[in-house]
Design a protein around this ligand. Structure first.
Ligand code: ANZ
Length: 831
């Protein structure tokens, strides 16, 4: 039976999906290409969390990644487009507690559902590379990497105050605290001191900043800006102040960090972080009760509240004095919550004339204000507005008359000479707190030995597998002390022997933040079955860095920063040869409905499966891509899947009609429309303007329809239908395959549109205005090309070298030089 006879008479997206999915699986079309010498592209989607079935947001994000992957494959690249699951994490654990299960059951059932969803969506994943971070074969290597960090001094333990959710009984990272409440359950977050594991990411702060130059222009500017702010490098000085008090036996030196050492003569009081041990240490005995009461109040605040500038300033005078090192002036020392214990040195010199926070504080407590940098602005003491700008130094002894920048240099030089301070850099970035007191995560592979302290589990004993706890055994604090992981209750698992002395020891009961798992998964994809290390260094060298990463902007900071950090450590270990993992990044927006995020409580959710059932996969993929540029949020309420479905049907019909077209009328206008469409869709696809590219498909379909109706040359119509099908293959894979089959290709026999080649536009057709260009090789005329009058030098050289006559005359020769004088002449020197 011929292909045409099998076909339904009308466009039936559901039949196409069923038919082609089976054929594609049989043909194994999406397996990563492995042709020697072929250009390569690693296209990566941020891997999903197995939360349940796929939703509209997934459909959009993965449609975007899929266009990119399919496009590069059609362009002749070997493409790697893998998928896996970020499958450790709290929701699985909470679900397991409720249902009396092990988190694994819930997790892997959800993964299966999502696998089916992705297959239906027709995403071109190489399924043979699939991984789950909760598989022991994966987390064995997460543990191995942890141990390498530990050996390098990049993983360490210390006691620190942490955000604590009293309901979930877990430590929360700062960004998991929203307005003082737990991001997950909404309970008010408190602070407690716990001994925690950290990664020393601060040691990489400079490189994380400086290497941004390598990705600038290829990552969204706002993501780079957010990372820069998060790292927050400030340059300034450390200045030592002596603090004296009747209860202090000897004067205590307290160092401050300031970005404005030029204002040193304008310091009128001194402030230490109320919650730092230093405040207690300095506090005069008669002020202790007041300080303690104040500290209680401060502990209840979140960092965000503390940093907000519109809150009235509060504080306690500690009853001691600080002595200004440059003029011996004595000033009161206060404790306040607007100075953060964790930033700089936790103590500041307050210069109210030039710092707004200090001015607000001074006005609240009647402290003096002294201008030391004369700017054009009015007196801050009168206006209540500090003047942070540039100006000329006054009231500053030897600094008088200097400008700000000169004064900064001068005062630092003086302080360094007198050993009273030095130039200094401070970062906002903190070390990465990675321990979690939860079960469903990667166990930290160390044991605690009474004799040898912290001892690494030997590599050949990895993975340290999770014991199979379920239901109530997962409750926080189960079997262990408050604040301990439920793993502490698994006595058989906890009690082990010390690898060093063989004596009794206990396992570490913390598990790792799931951001650790996701910091290296893209390396693993390059060799997912590798058993001699986290990845095969040769496979990584072949595929990485990732050519295009696609994912949500919610990961702009942490995931990307941590991944960049991991890559730099691997570079230092000699395991990779590059320092940035993702050469290009695209952030997609969200799919919203009626102006709001889709949510159950608002009742504005749109069920993906239901929509796929009504309109078919391609109409949904296309309508999401058509709704706007990928970076923007797109509103379901503005979309018309029915309209897009009709457009697909038109393309499908046009292909069928072209297959049998037998007209003879002049095709030049159709050919020109097609060349223009190819040229534009190519550029639009590469520039992620998918919505405009789709509009071009519709226009080209119009041209083709008109040509068919007007009896334009049948061969030309078929050619155009082929180009349309191939380009559409990147966007609407099922419909394109159906069109391809209608055009006479034996898809079942292996001739799939997804193995075809992206069309190229005949440049001569792109502009009405063309010229003849002579191409010479070694002074001899070898070809005459018809080129656009406005052709660029690069394009012209490319064309000349691609010409078959030219190529033939260059056989066996090496091109030494190409001299192009667009648009008329190209001279190739070869020997
Ligand atoms: C004196 C001064 C005068 C300052 C002036 C600013 C302007 P960034 O740029 O964010 O690094 N500071 C230092 N440690 C602090 C802490 N732990 N909590 C709150 N504030 C702290 O800010 C550095 C400036 O913030 C420092 O420079 C210090 O105030 C303050 F006209 O010192 B400055």
């Amino acid at each position: 039976m011929s292909t045409a006879e099998q076909e339904p008479a009308t466009y039936d997206p559901h039949a196409a999906e069923q038919r082609w999915r089976a054929v594609w699986e049989r043909l194994d079309l999406d397996r990563t290409g492995r042709r020697a010498g072929a250009p390569k592209a690693y296209v990566l989607d941020m891997f999903p969390y197995p939360s349940g079935d796929l939703h509209m947001g997934h459909a959009e994000a993965f449609s975007i990644g899929d266009v990119v992957a399919r496009y590069w494959k059609l362009r002749g690249h070997d493409v790697m487009h893998p998928i896996g699951w970020d499958s450790f994490g709290l929701p699985a654990e909470n679900a397991a507690i409720q249902r009396g299960l092990n988190p694994r059951d819930w997790t892997y059932a959800n993964v299966d559902t999502q696998v089916e969803g992705f297959k239906k969506l027709g995403v071109s994943f190489d399924w043979s590379r699939r991984l789950h971070t909760s598989d022991p074969e994966y987390y064995r290597w997460t543990q191995w990497l942890f141990l390498r960090f530990f050996e390098r001094g990049l993983a360490y333990r210390k006691s620190s105050p942490v955000n604590w959710c009293p309901k979930d009984h877990t430590v929360l990272a700062n960004e998991q605290v929203v307005n003082g409440h737990c991001e997950r359950c909404g309970t008010a977050v408190t602070k407690r001191d716990l001994t925690q594991w950290f990664f020393k990411i601060t040691e990489y702060a400079d490189r994380l900043l400086d290497d941004m130059a390598l990705i600038e222009g290829h990552w969204p500017d706002r993501v780079l800006a957010m990372q820069r702010n998060w790292i927050g490098r400030s340059t300034g000085a450390h200045v030592d102040f002596r603090v004296e008090g009747s209860h202090l036996a000897t004067a205590r030196t307290v160092t401050v960090f300031t970005t404005r050492p030029d204002t040193l003569y304008g310091a009128t009081f001194f402030v230490v972080a109320a919650d730092a041990p230093l405040a207690e240490e300095l506090c005069a005995p008669e002020k202790r009760a007041e300080l303690e009461a104040y500290r209680e109040k401060v502990r209840a605040l979140t960092t965000i509240e503390r940093e907000s500038t519109d809150r009235p300033k509060t504080g306690v005078d500690l009853g001691v004095v600080a002595i200004n090192p440059v003029n011996g002036e004595r000033m009161p020392v206060w404790a306040s919550d607007y100075v953060l214990a964790e930033y700089g040195t936790g103590a500041i010199m307050a210069v109210p004339a030039h710092d707004q926070r200090d001015l607000d504080f001074a006005r609240e407590f009647g402290l003096p204000v002294r201008v030391v940098v004369q700017t054009d602005e009015a007196d801050p003491a009168e206006t209540g507005v500090a003047t942070p700008g540039d100006g000329v130094l006054v009231n500053s002894g030897p600094l008088d008359g200097l400008r700000k920048a000169e004064a900064i240099q001068a005062v630092i030089a003086q302080l360094e000479k007198d050993s009273l301070g030095s130039a200094a850099i401070t970062y906002r970035l903190r070390d990465w707190l990675l321990s979690r007191q939860r079960y469903w995560g990667c166990p930290i592979p160390v044991v605690h030995c009474p004799t040898h302290g912290i001892v690494a589990v030997p590599d050949d004993q990895l993975p340290v597998e999770l014991p199979p706890l379920a239901g109530e055994q997962l409750l926080p604090g189960h079997g262990g002390a408050q604040g301990e992981s439920p793993l502490a209750g698994a006595a058989e698992w906890v009690n082990t022997t010390c690898p060093t002395c063989g004596g009794p020891a206990t396992r570490d009961t913390d598990t790792m933040d799931t951001f650790v798992d996701s910091s290296w998964y893209y390396f693993r994809y390059c060799s997912p079955e590798f058993t001699d290390g986290p990845f095969d260094v040769d496979a990584v060298a072949e595929w990485m860095p990732v050519a295009q990463y696609v994912g949500g902007v919610e990961h702009a900071i942490l995931h990307l920063l941590y991944s960049r950090f991991f890559t730099k450590v691997l570079f230092d270990m000699g395991m990779v040869t590059f320092t940035e993992p993702f050469s290009a990044l695209l952030n997609q927006g969200m799919v919203i409905n009626q102006g709001k995020a889709m949510s159950k409580s608002l009742g504005n959710g749109v069920d993906l499966q239901e929509q796929l059932g009504i309109h078919g996969v391609d109409a949904i993929r296309l309508v999401l891509l058509f709704a706007g540029p990928p970076e923007d949020d797109v509103d379901w309420a503005d979309m018309s899947p029915t309209g897009v479905g009709k457009q697909l049907a038109r393309m499908w019909r046009a292909a069928g009609d072209a297959a049998t077209a037998s007209g003879t009328a002049d095709a030049s206008s159709l050919r020109r429309d097609c060349a223009v469409a190819i040229d534009e869709v190519t550029r639009l696809t590469e520039g992620f303007r998918f919505n405009v590219a789709i509009a071009r498909f519709m226009e080209l379909t119009n041209s083709l329809r008109k040509a068919l109706d007007a009896g334009v040359d049948g061969d030309a119509c078929r050619e155009v239908a082929h180009s349309l099908a191939t380009m559409l293959a990147a966007y609407a894979p099922y419909t394109a395959e159906d069109m391809w089959a209608r055009l006479g290709h034996d898809v079942d026999g292996g001739d799939s549109v997804h193995d075809s080649r992206w069309p190229t536009a005949d440049p001569a057709l792109l502009v009405a205005d063309t010229v003849e260009c002579v191409v010479q090789v070694g002074g001899k005329k070898r070809a005459v090309l018809t080129v656009a009058a406005g052709i660029t030098e690069d394009e012209l050289v490319k064309l000349a070298l691609a010409d078959e006559h030219v190529a033939r005359s260059l056989e066996g020769l090496e091109v030494k030089k190409v001299i192009a004088r667009p648009p008329k002449i190209v001279n190739i020197v070869a020997s």
